[in-house]
Each structure stands twice: as structure tokens, then as C-alpha cells.
Design a protein around this ligand. Structure first.
Ligand SMILES: [Zn+2]
Length: 121
């Protein structure tokens, strides 16, 4: 039996079962193993262990970059369309450093939320 150390309090509650979240996670895992993903990484590689960010044009290590969907994948509303948006082909990807990717994702989420807010009027 594994004992929990007394000094490490349990801080996170386990999330309730969410089928769409599990499916999204599984599909994204498959996508990260796909030839499309590997090809996007290879295309941005400048030299061994150095990748070019498409936004800031700086060089980063392999753990400091992310393969980005130029068109946001969005929520998992329908499995077939989500799959098509996720596996959008080699022209649909760009490699960004993590700060640039975080910024782009935040902008896309804000735009999507604003679109939803406008649709509700
Ligand atoms: Zn960047």
C-alpha cells in the first residue's frame, strides 16, 4: 500500500467523468503521433534540436514549441467534423513557441466566446 506523505495535502478534486473531454484527449494523443504532426515538426526544424517559431521567428528547443492549427479546432460538437478539423492536412499547421501559442489560443478562445455571446442576443 502506498502511503501519502502527511506534508502533501490533496489540493485537486477529481473531475467528474466527461466523455467529450476523454474523446478530445484521446484524439489529440493520436494526432500527436500522426505523420502530419511529425511532418509539421520536421518542416520547422532549422537544425538538430532547434525549431523556428512561425510568429516571432526565434529558435526554440523541442520542448518549447507546439504544433498549432492555423484554423482553431474548437469544441468537440460532432466527432466527424472535430476529426476533420484536427487532422486538417499539412497546410493547416504551423509551429509556434509556447508563449506565441498561448497568446494565439487565448485570442481564439476570446473570439469564440464573443461570437457565442453575440449569437445569444
Ligand atoms: Zn514565438
Amino acid at each position: 500500500m502506498i502511503k501519502r506523505r502527511a506534508s502533501t495535502p490533496k489540493t485537486r478534486k477529481k473531475s467528474p467523468w466527461n466523455l467529450n473531454a476523454k474523446l478530445r484527449s484521446a484524439l489529440r494523443h493520436v494526432w500527436r503521433c500522426s505523420p502530419e504532426y511529425v511532418e509539421a515538426m520536421r518542416a520547422s526544424r532549422v537544425e538538430r534540436g532547434k525549431y523556428l517559431c512561425s510568429e516571432c521567428k526565434d529558435l526554440f528547443g523541442p520542448k518549447e514549441i507546439a504544433v498549432d492549427h492555423i484554423e482553431a479546432v474548437g469544441p468537440i460538437d460532432n466527432l466527424q467534423t472535430y476529426r476533420e478539423r484536427l487532422f486538417c492536412g499539412p497546410d493547416g499547421y504551423q509551429v509556434l513557441c509556447k508563449p506565441c501559442h498561448k497568446l494565439k489560443t487565448a485570442q481564439e478562445r476570446a473570439e469564440a466566446k464573443a461570437g457565442l455571446d453575440c449569437a445569444g442576443i
